[in-house]
Design a protein around this ligand. Sequence first.
Ligand code: ASP
Length: 424
Amino acid sequence: MDTSAPSNAQNDKSSKPWFKRLSLTTWIFIALILGILAGVALQGSPEIADTYIKPFGTIFLNLIKMIVVPLVLFSIIAGVVSLDDVKKVGAIGGKTVLFYLATTACAVTLGLVFANIMNVGAGYTIPTDDISYEATTPPSLIDTLVNMFPSNFVQPMADATMLQVIVIAVVFGFGMIAAGKKAQPVIAVCNSLSDVCIAIMRGIILVAPLGVFGLICPVIANNGIDVLRPLLWLIVVAYLAMICQIVLVYSGIIKLFARISPLKFLKSELPVMGFAFASASSVGTLPLNMECTEKLGVSKEVTSFVLPLGATINMDGTAIYQGVCAIFIAQVFGFDLSLGQQLTVVMTCLLASIGTAGVPGSGMIMLAMVLTSVGLPVEGVALVAGVDRILDMMRTVVNVTGDAAVATSVDAIQKRKNVRAYTR
Ligand code: ASP
């Protein structure tokens, strides 16, 4: 037995220079703090941040966007094929969608409760200068459903329409299962390409701290404290409701279904949260989320299917934001929303968050749909637009943490089911 191994490992660790001893999580948080500080320092001249620092963030996000479509496509195909059974895919898919709907319903309800109890619109007066907002018409539910099914194989990849890419991957995965032996060569190619994408993604993630710095610094430099002040209460209420969703709902399902310590889960998600905060994009955070959730022990078949789906349809932070903003806009415009109307808000937030794309700012566009559903003025969106990015950063943190919590829970349930089937 080699008892010297641990001390060798220790020696190895301590012989590394200090910067190599820090973990990626620590680096991402150092970058986040440095980016915020640099942003504050550059508030007088945001053009410096835009010209010299933002490009690093943009290049990094572009690299992620480049890899995310093939990564999702091949890892879902590999995942579906490895399940080897259409029924099994259906079982995981069904559980996932149920979890996603339930956590989002909790999220909107939390948002509405916080907004009502804390009187989110209190003390805010509508600016005297004309507010106007051009609402873009959000797609209806039926359109969203129809749009899930692409009529073309290439277009969804070019446009990075994630829901359509997922549908293509699942359909091809099923096709390969159905074709049996004849599909073996193409299955091997897909598995291999999935590994290649993962290797590329790991390389990109290594420079995440630089990307985080480049993303957060210009945001802080362009959003001076003056923009925040009048809407500070709205930000406080929304952030509190979002933190509650993480602490109560996600920790709850992790404890109940995954049966692991919520602290362990949250610790493993820290780099993901830091990255989501800086990038405000669930889709951009997807590769890192897959990596961290797998490190926690969740199987690849589950992460490769549940997380991309979540990055596309599960937006709990967005749902909280939309609920809080609906009450805020109702209060400042002097509307009194009845219980029935608040239930309508719950339903529309649920649908609007599903339709929200995992990119910065899309939750605000879907807010228009929520407001129209209960007859609130769409111009209200203009009131909150100034602080959208600040809210977007935190809602993305909640969105991605929710995806990981559901993936971890579904995986644990599935593993227990397999053990039971095996012992029977
Ligand atoms: N930025 C959010 C996300 O990517 C979506 C939103 O705007 O609410 O998850």
